[in-house]
Design a protein around this ligand. Structure first.
Ligand SMILES: Nc1ncnc2c1ncn2[C@@H]1O[C@H](COP(=O)(O)OP(=O)(O)OP(=O)(O)O)[C@@H](O)[C@H]1O
Ligand SMILES: [Mg+2]
Length: 214
C-alpha cells in the first residue's frame, strides 16, 4: 500500500505546490513511484481546445510524470475562489467518498501519493465541511508548509494545534521563504523548531529553484 501525505499550508499561495514539487522530486530520486493528487482546484484557464487548465495540476503532473488529470483532480472550478463558493456556483456537491475512491486508485499505482489541499486547513468545501475533513477522511499524515514571513509563527502553531485536534499526525513541515528578506529569519525558524515537534523536511530559499541535491 502506498504511503500518502496530505499537504496543507499556513495560507493560500504560500508554496504548497512549490513544496510538493520538491518533495516529489526527492522521493522520485530515491527510486519511489510517486503520484500527486489535487482533489479540488479552483482557478483555471480555458485552453484552446476548451479544456480547463489548472496551474497546480499542471505543475504536479510535470513533477510526477503521471498523465491522468481526471483521476488526480476530480473537482476543478473556473473561478479562483474558495472551493465552497466555486462548488455552490457550479451546482456541485464535493463528495469526500468520490475523492477517497480516486485516492485509492492512485494509491494502487504508486509508492507515495502526495495530496495537495486547497487554501489552508480550514478552507471550506461546503457549508459543513472543511479541508480538515478531507485530510481526516483520507486518514493521511500531514505535511505543513509554512510560508516564512511576518505572522507565520501564529499561523503555523494554530494549524499544528488544529491538525492534532483532528487526531491526525504531523509528519513534518517545510519552511518556504516566500519573501526575499524576512527580518530575523533564523530566529523565526528557531522558534518554529522549538514549538513544532515534527521534523523540518525542507527549507526552501526565496526565488531559487530548490534542488533536493543541494
Ligand atoms: N520559495 C519561493 N520563492 C519565490 N516564490 C515562491 C516561493 N514559494 C512559492 N513562491 C511563489 O508563490 C506563489 C504561490 O506558490 P504556490 O503556488 O506553490 O502556493 P500554494 O500554497 O500551492 O497556492 P494555492 O493555495 O493556490 O494552491 C507562486 O507564484 C510561487 O512561484
Ligand atoms: Mg497550490
Amino acid at each position: 500500500m502506498a504511503q500518502g501525505y496530505f499537504i496543507t499550508g499556513t495560507d493560500t499561495e504560500i508554496g504548497k505546490t512549490h513544496s510538493a514539487v520538491q518533495l516529489i522530486g526527492r522521493w522520485r530520486s530515491e527510486g519511489k513511484r510517486v503520484v500527486a493528487m489535487k482533489p479540488i482546484a479552483s482557478g483555471c484557464e480555458v485552453g484552446a481546445d476548451g479544456r480547463w487548465i489548472n496551474d497546480d495540476v499542471e505543475r504536479l503532473v510535470a513533477a510526477s510524470g503521471q498523465t491522468d488529470r481526471e483521476l488526480m483532480n476530480p473537482y476543478r472550478f473556473l473561478p479562483a475562489v474558495s472551493p465552497h463558493i466555486a462548488a455552490q456556483q457550479a451546482g456541485v456537491v464535493i463528495s469526500l467518498d468520490t475523492i477517497k475512491t480516486h485516492y485509492q486508485r492512485l494509491a494502487e499505482q504508486a509508492d507515495v501519493v502526495v495530496v495537495e489541499g486547497a487554501g489552508g486547513w480550514f478552507a471550506p468545501l461546503s457549508d459543513t465541511l472543511f479541508m480538515r475533513d478531507l485530510a481526516w477522511a483520507l486518514d493521511l499524515p500531514v505535511i505543513l508548509v509554512v510560508g516564512m514571513r511576518l505572522g507565520c509563527i501564529n499561523h503555523a502553531l494554530l494549524t499544528v494545534q488544529a491538525i492534532e485536534a483532528a487526531g491526525l499526525t504531523l509528519a513534518g513541515w517545510v519552511a518556504n521563504r516566500v519573501v526575499p528578506d524576512q527580518p530575523a529569519y533564523e530566529d523565526n525558524l528557531a522558534t518554529l523548531k522549538a514549538h513544532i515537534h515534527s521534523p523540518l523536511l525542507l527549507e526552501i530559499p526565496y526565488g531559487k529553484e530548490y534542488s533536493y541535491q543541494d
